[in-house]
Design a protein around this ligand. Structure first.
Ligand SMILES: [Zn+2]
Ligand SMILES: [Zn+2]
Length: 357
């Protein structure tokens, strides 16, 4: 299987151009060429196939409902909540209704922007199949499809045709998607692995993998999803049903600029980390090293950094402590990603980066 899909190659080129032009300074490096079989030998060493070194992040939520569909608060109230709680961007994603950021121009300001969004709400063989369309410009209709695979492929191809970014939402909601459905939806850049919505079965059950395990299954099959955390916010008021309140799960994109364009570029590449309450100070991948560093207060609060490889295999479990937790590639991992854990249950997840062997 190819380590880097054609899509990733194109997006990498595009985001590299964006970074150069905007001076983002994401630390994108020219990666060493893959060693050919004829040059492999004692001198060859395993290395990561992408490089980045990031210490500036933009916090955002990309799954949000309002009174325009089944949410309990107006778009204006919802935007105001996120703007006043430390977020730099937000996508309103009502069911089959596309949000237009220009409509809410007076609610945006330097450092807080809206990106366009919609939850394409479909059924596949009678079960719920939802795909978020981000950074699109035209509404994409939902519909009833004969299979989940047909619904996913239709929605994702339409998002991509508009140059947008697709999220495969809550695979276990209504037990709508199988592991094969998720894996085959690999043209979507993003996959929900953490949700603030209490009814989407993020942890799976006795016969269904968790959302995080579905991510590993897809990654192990060559898909290049980045996992995201979302609120799937429906009500600011906790007494409402469902109690899907804001501030439970989010993403932090790589980069210093809060304009929609660089945020959308980061989303397309999966240049972000997901969180349910952990803030990272720095994430760096280069050559043989994968480094993850929570903010000092959380690092001191018994944070653990777990490095995970293909098949969901745990590679290392390191205390955060002072300075970064560092994992050195061995060459047999397939890919490496990190999950940061706090004793109180909060988590963060960093990108999966493939390793040469
Ligand atoms: Zn949904
Ligand atoms: Zn939703």
């Amino acid at each position: 299987m190819p380590f880097v899909s054609h899509r990733r190659g194109i997006v990498s080129i595009l985001i590299s151009a964006v970074c150069l032009l905007s001076g983002l300074g994401l630390g994108a490096q020219v990666e060493p060429p893959a060693r050919s079989a004829s040059t492999q030998g004692a001198a060859a060493h395993p290395h990561f196939l992408r490089s980045f070194d990031v210490s500036h992040f933009q916090k955002g939520n990309v799954h949000t409902h309002t009174t325009l569909s089944d949410g309990g608060s107006s778009p204006e109230q919802t935007i105001a909540w996120y703007r006043s709680h430390g977020y730099q961007f937000l996508a309103l994603t009502d069911h089959n209704i596309q949000s237009n950021p220009a409509r809410y121009a007076s609610l945006q300001e330097p450092g807080f922007v809206l990106i366009s969004g919609e939850e394409i709400t479909m059924t596949g063989n009678g079960r719920q199949v939802h795909v978020n369309a981000l950074c699109t410009h035209t509404r994409i209709p939902g519909g009833a499809f004969g299979s989940a695979a047909a619904a996913l492929s239709t929605a994702i191809s339409q998002v991509r045709a508009q140059g947008g970014v697709a999220i495969v939402n809550h695979p276990n909601f209504d037990w709508g998607l199988s592991a094969a459905d998720v894996t085959d939806a690999r043209d979507a850049a993003l996959l929900e692995i953490a949700s603030g919505h209490p009814y989407v079965h993020s942890a799976g059950d006795a016969t269904h993998p968790s959302h995080e395990s579905l991510w590993d299954i897809a990654l192990s099959s060559g898909a290049d999803f980045m996992g995201v955390g979302v609120d799937d916010e429906h009500h600011i008021d906790v007494s409402s049903d469902p109690p899907a309140t804001p501030g439970r799960a989010w993403i932090a994109t790589f980069g210093e600029l809060t304009d929609p364009a660089p945020i959308c570029a980061a989303l397309a590449l999966g240049d972000l980390y997901a969180s349910t309450g952990i803030d990272l100070q720095r994430v760096s991948v280069r050559d043989q090293r994968y480094e993850v560093e929570p903010v000092p207060a959380q690092a001191q609060a018994q944070a653990i950094v777990v490095f995970i490889g293909a098949g969901g295999r745990e590679l290392a479990r390191l205390e955060a402590g002072d300075g970064p937790a560092v994992y050195r590639a061995r060459g047999d991992e397939g890919y490496v990603r990190a999950r940061v854990e706090l004793p109180d249950g909060r988590r963060a997840w960093t990108p999966a980066v493939r390793v040469s062997n």
